[in-house]
Design a protein around this ligand. Structure first.
Ligand code: C2E
Ligand code: MG
Ligand code: MG
Ligand code: MG
Length: 288
């Protein structure tokens, strides 16, 4: 009996694997078409100054609007794009689009910072420096209105070469953010070689912020250390007012999360900017 159950489970398991493998194959085939049919979109999620509740800028997040499956998560299609060798090209497109939008919006609203996620492939072999340079040139955006988000795995290999590369990026004048901090094997010692301007604390730490004292002590220490190193801090995935209040008291500089806004299409973000005065007044009232 047990043996039979085992075999059924095994059968189910291989069927499931086959299904997943077929789906992956289908998506990979579709990805090439997606580029031609312009199925990719950029969504923007606001980042808020915690002191004033005003808008500091936004993070650009890639979306794939698949004709059959609708929006597919970047967690799924970014690794596929990478495997197919298409990710660097797509990120270059994101850089160009975000810079030209940022130029338009900063001309209209003043200083705002727009951040773009950059993959390890782009950083290591993808002419990142040139692509950033070209996007800034084409848009005439001021370099310090652009921020690139990198994850720590970049710092794990080839530390020497990578810190050289980071310095060159800083010379261009863009800001550098260390994304998802605390998610992987993050070590505070990376900060020694990583000339980050901004540290983004991973959502996992924010989720436990209010209920778990050890966790909140760690977050507080991350913020203090960052400030001692001249690094500003963004909290990712802030969903409720209690988290926001706590982050304000421990001096977190910027807030990003569903509490203020989800990632939204560009048109909606422009709307959000133009109505932000009213919106942020409401939030201020809620907090008091
Ligand atoms: P990320 O860079 O850490 O982006 C933050 C993710 O957290 C986004 O997921 C965002 O929608 C989500 N998020 C923000 N606030 C909240 C919240 O309050 N609650 C919850 N539950 N989630 C929140 P998204 O858009 O699905 O992107 C996932 C990841 O895909 C990104 O994580 C990033 O690593 C990657 N990604 C997106 N666009 C690009 C890109 O152009 N290039 C590369 N290399 N990676 C990208
Ligand atoms: Mg990011
Ligand atoms: Mg992140
Ligand atoms: Mg993340």
């Amino acid at each position: 009996k047990a043996k039979e159950t085992g075999r059924n489970q095994y059968h189910f398991f291989t069927q499931e694997l086959n299904k997943q493998a077929r789906l992956k194959l289908e998506l990979e085939r579709n990805l090439r078409r997606a580029l031609i049919n312009r199925e990719f979109e950029i969504h923007l999620q606001p980042q808020i100054f915690s002191k004033t509740n005003s808008i500091a800028g936004a993070e650009a997040l890639l979306r794939w609007n698949h004709p059959k499956y609708g929006f597919i998560s970047p967690e799924i299609f970014i690794p596929l794009l990478d495997e197919l060798g298409l990710l660097v090209g797509v990120e270059a497109w994101v850089l160009n689009s975000v810079c030209s939008l940022a130029k338009k919006l900063t001309d209209q609203y003043g200083r705002l910072r727009f951040s773009v996620n950059i993959s390890g492939s782009h950083f290591k072999t993808g002419n990142l420096k040139e692509n950033i340079y070209l996007a800034l040139q084409a848009s005439s955006l001021e370099a310090n209105f652009l921020e690139v988000e990198l994850t720590e795995d970049i710092m794990i290999e080839h530390v020497e070469h990578n810190s050289e590369m980071l310095k060159e990026l800083k010379d261009i004048g863009v800001s550098i953010a260390l994304d998802d901090f605390g998610k992987g094997y993050s070590s505070l010692s990376y900060l020694k070689n990583f000339p980050a301007d901004i540290l983004k604390i991973d959502k996992a730490f924010i989720d436990q912020l209010v209920n778990d004292q050890r966790n909140s002590a760690i977050v507080e220490a991350m913020i203090d250390l960052s400030h001692k190193l001249g690094i500003k801090v963004v909290a990712e995935g802030v969903e409720v007012a209690s988290q926001l209040k706590h982050l304000k008291t421990i001096g977190c500089d910027y807030i990003q999360g569903y509490y203020f806004a989800k990632p939204m299409p560009i048109g909606d973000f422009e709307n959000f900017l133009s109505h932000s005065d009213k919106l942020l007044r409401v939030i201020n009232n809620e907090l008091n």
